[in-house]
Design a protein around this ligand. Structure first.
Ligand code: ZN
Length: 252
């Protein structure tokens, strides 16, 4: 809470007895109400009022369905490629050796597929990278997916603000980066203060989620997750641990 008085309008801390201590300017930094700016992405090359080709391309896809189609284009191509089929089969065998996926494990499956897509390098390159290099793509698609390859981020993100039907503002729990994420569907369920485990990629002049499976935790649960899983969490590692925890919860 900030208390202000007079024209000084400097933050003060209430003490146990209710009196206030005026913070010295050099001590007031941690209480600075100005958050760091949103993280840019490398996509846009607009010149003044003239929108660039990639912005026009993204705007044409800037609906829930349009963004989903961009993600589906990747898997639709890869599902026919032996390199992806093999990686997927290996990952599925590791997590589900008895080949049974229960209803309550479908989210885990979705996350596993995405981990394979972006992180599996058993064939020397990730399936996503294989897609970027080999799929027939328009120049705009090629630039967009190339940016996804270099700038994707997976991990715990704190929800700072939800603009219903439009966007979600999130911050990395490490505190150094904030992102504006175009999202429609999840704005009905995500709450300010929650922590989500998600993957984001560059889109238009901000970011987008790559999947509709977004795990959401209360703020304190998010902190516990961070403590047990670490600051930088490869999706593979997370999915494996999450699945183990899930089985333990079900058994206990
Ligand atoms: Zn642009």
């Amino acid at each position: 809470m900030f208390l202000t008085f007079g024209r000084a309008a400097r933050p003060v801390l209430p003490t146990a007895r209710g009196a206030a201590i005026l913070l010295q300017p050099w001590l007031s930094r941690p209480f600075d109400p100005m958050p760091p700016p949103f993280t840019d992405n490398p996509l846009c090359s607009c010149i003044e009022t003239e929108p660039c080709a990639l912005c026009r391309f993204c705007k044409a896809h800037n609906t829930q369905r349009g963004r989903k189609a961009l993600c589906e284009k990747v898997t639709r191509y890869l599902v026919l490629q032996p390199v992806y089929q093999h990686a997927l089969a290996q990952a599925m065998h590791a997590l589900f050796p008895d080949k049974i996926v229960h209803d309550d494990e479908k989210d885990i499956c979705t996350m596993l597929f995405e981990a394979v897509l972006f992180e599996d390098t058993s064939a020397g390159t990730t399936p996503f990278s294989y897609f970027v290099d080999n799929a027939p793509l328009s120049p705009d698609e090629k630039r967009l997916y190339t940016a996804w390859r270099s700038h994707t981020r997976h991990g715990l993100l704190a929800v700072e603000k939800v603009i219903p039907g439009e966007e979600v503002h999130v911050a990395a729990l490490t505190g150094e980066k904030r992102y504006r994420v175009y999202e429609q569907r999840a704005t009905t369920t995500l709450k300010k203060g929650a922590v989500v485990m998600a993957r984001i990629v560059p889109f238009l002049n901000a970011w987008m989620f790559t999947t509709e499976t977004i795990l959401s935790f209360s703020g304190s649960a998010g902190e516990r997750l961070q403590a047990s899983y670490g600051l930088v969490i490869p999706q593979f590692v997370f999915v494996r641990k999450y699945h183990e925890d899930h089985k333990r919860r079900m058994a206990g």
